[in-house]
Design a protein around this ligand. Structure first.
Ligand SMILES: NC(=O)c1ccc[n+]([C@@H]2O[C@H](COP(=O)([O-])OP(=O)(O)OC[C@H]3O[C@@H](n4cnc5c(N)ncnc54)[C@H](OP(=O)(O)O)[C@@H]3O)[C@@H](O)[C@H]2O)c1
Length: 344
């Protein structure tokens, strides 16, 4: 066990006021906590920048986020010290700390029960992206995918999770329609995806195109990470009794409140991974993560990496994250002497 006196100064990011991430994020030194009973201190290795981090920093979840806080819901690290009464984990073990923010710092103190060991054969990069998107995609496809040959659509299809949903649907024998927002967006899609069609949502006639592609029957299911008018049009494009799985708000605009009246036969479901994470037993989470590690290994739930920045360059990393057409996730490395690496 470490004592407070031994703990060297560490570095991390902190948010003291809500706002645009690049403007409100601070990179600072701090003295890490000593892990209490049942807690571990994790030396973070790599963390991911996800849309949910940016939304939290913006203040959209202000009612359940207290200031100040360290952002970052996803990352991988190594157990550096342990508190009293620890049962399973040991110093030196590589783990994913789930269930709370705080990955964008080089030491995170958290409860043992929220730490899950990472198999040795996964790289740090694979591990740092093995949780949020893979688990969300897998649960949403498992729960809502119809039987083939139903016609389905996935929007924000070039996103990391969009491509995972498509690969999982392909495994279930379904060829979805991929919706992308930019005319040249097809180049962001992996050429291994089996698609019925690619439709650009910034061009006119989305509903007409979806109707033609579904042979006039409408979509059985649509996965929506965008909301706004695009999400509304997906609801209007559903077959009677069809389902919209609404899991993201990339447009920043909610679905129209009139949809329930306008499309009474449509089923609109909201999916949030955190609802499941916080109501699920540890052994079940472990089982689901084991499945995710396997899907990451075989490529189904793998993500491309656009760039890795040292944590000290958090503002440049956030700028890269906000670049339209970015191909892959942006990662933060806690090895601050590393050079920024961009991948093609
Ligand atoms: N509900 C949950 O539990 C849960 C869990 C995981 C993820 N999600 C959601 O899934 C979404 C994607 O996450 P990710 O990590 O896969 O993202 P990502 O890989 O970082 O990619 C973001 C993508 O969104 C596209 N995009 C941005 N604004 C858009 C808009 N207004 N309309 C259409 N597309 C837009 C970008 O397109 P360009 O390439 O054109 O810039 C990019 O392809 C986010 O909304 C996230 O919150 C939800």
């Amino acid at each position: 066990m470490s004592s407070e006196l031994e703990a060297p100064v560490r570095f991390g990011t902190v948010i003291r006021e809500f706002g645009p991430p690049k403007e409100v994020v601070a990179y600072e030194s701090y003295k890490p906590q000593v892990p209490g009973p049942g807690q571990v201190r994790i030396r973070m290795l790599l963390a991911c920048i996800n849309p949910s981090d940016l939304v939290t920093i913006s203040g959209a979840y202000g009612s359940r986020t207290s200031l100040p806080f360290v952002p970052g819901f996803e990352g991988v690290g190594v157990i550096e010290s342990v508190g009293a009464g620890l049962s399973e984990l040991r110093v030196g073990q590589r783990v994913l700390p789930l269930g709370s923010a705080g990955a964008w710092q080089d030491m995170k103190v958290t409860e043992e029960r929220w730490c899950f060991p990472v198999p040795l054969d996964l790289t740090d990069q694979q591990a740092a992206m093995a949780y949020i998107n893979p688990l969300t995609a897998w649960m949403m496809v498992r729960q809502y995918a119809p039987s083939p040959p139903a016609v389905v659509a996935v929007n924000a299809a070039a996103s990391a999770i969009g491509q995972m949903i498509i690969r999982l649907l392909n495994r279930a024998g379904i060829q979805p329609i991929a919706l992308i927002r930019r005319p040249d967006g097809e180049r962001q899609l992996s050429d291994q995806l089996d698609l019925l069609a690619v439709v650009c949502t910034s061009e006119a006639g989305l509903r007409h195109k979806l109707s033609l592609l579904s042979g006039g029957r409408g979509l059985a299911v649509a996965w929506d990470a965008v909301g706004g008018t695009e999400g509304d049009d997906l609801v209007r494009s559903l077959a009677p009794g069809g389902t919209l799985v609404h899991y993201g708000l990339l447009s920043g605009i909610p679905l129209s409140y009139r949809l329930r009246e306008e499309c009474p036969e449509a089923r609109i479901v909201l999916f949030r991974l955190r609802d499941w994470i916080h109501t699920t037993e540890r052994h079940e989470l472990q089982r689901a993560l084991d499945d995710m590690f396997e899907l990451v290994r075989d490529g189904t739930a793998a993500s491309k990496v656009a760039a890795v920045f040292p944590l000290s360059e958090i503002r440049q990393a956030l700028e890269c994250e906000a670049t339209p057409g970015r191909q892959g996730k942006v990662l933060l490395s806690m090895f601050n002497d590393m050079e920024t690496t961009h991948f093609d």
